[in-house]
Design a protein around this ligand. Structure first.
Ligand SMILES: [Zn+2]
Length: 182
């Protein structure tokens, strides 16, 4: 695998950011950073997740479960938007990205579980809860939906990525401003 450049890391984080800014926008985006990362982290997009692990621990009425499933799905799209934006930046075609769905589903649900706090780790936790009987199919569905979102908003992703590469960090207000003018 290629070593990621600073710009490809910035594009990855911009993918997360744009998924959170797109319809319906998240209520709170703290910001995004590619500098001063804790050990082992390349970049960090800071936005509270919509689905929370306690939701897996309680027995709630069906309406609540349905609402939480929608939140979990929106989180999944946001987590996948990073890796998919990075693939597109590395010049993988749309078809190649679609065909990669199974391979990434294997990374997500295979024997060697992804790190719990990583993008795929967060996706796994949500889909295991939301779609326990067909989590791999659900993954592929979400993958395609996210690829479409990334393609639709590619200009905004590149613009935010380039600005992030230059400045190292962007707060939520700046992200919103750039998003609204593209
Ligand atoms: Zn990421």
């Amino acid at each position: 695998m290629q070593t990621p450049t600073l710009l490809s890391i910035a594009i990855h984080e911009a993918g997360h950011a744009v998924a959170a800014l797109a319809d319906p926008p998240r209520p709170w985006i703290e910001g995004v950073s590619i500098i001063d990362q804790p050990e082992g982290w390349l970049g960090y997009f800071s936005c509270p997740a919509l689905w929370q692990p306690y939701m897996a621990e309680v027995t709630a009425p069906a309406e609540a479960m349905e609402a939480w499933r929608i939140l979990a799905w929106r989180d999944v799209i946001e987590y996948l938007a990073g890796p998919i934006a990075e693939l597109r930046w590395k010049r993988y075609s749309r078809a190649a990205i679609w065909l990669g769905a199974d391979e990434f589903a294997e990374h997500c649900f295979g024997e060697r579980a992804p790190e719990p706090g990583s993008d795929l780790g967060c996706v796994r936790a949500r889909l295991e809860w939301a779609r326990p009987d067909d989590e791999r199919d659900a993954f592929c569905e979400a993958w395609i939906e996210t690829e479409e979102l990334v393609a639709r908003h590619w200009r905004a992703i590149v613009e935010i990525g380039r600005l992030l590469e230059k400045q190292g960090r962007l707060d939520g207000e700046t992200l919103k401003m750039v998003w609204e003018r593209t």
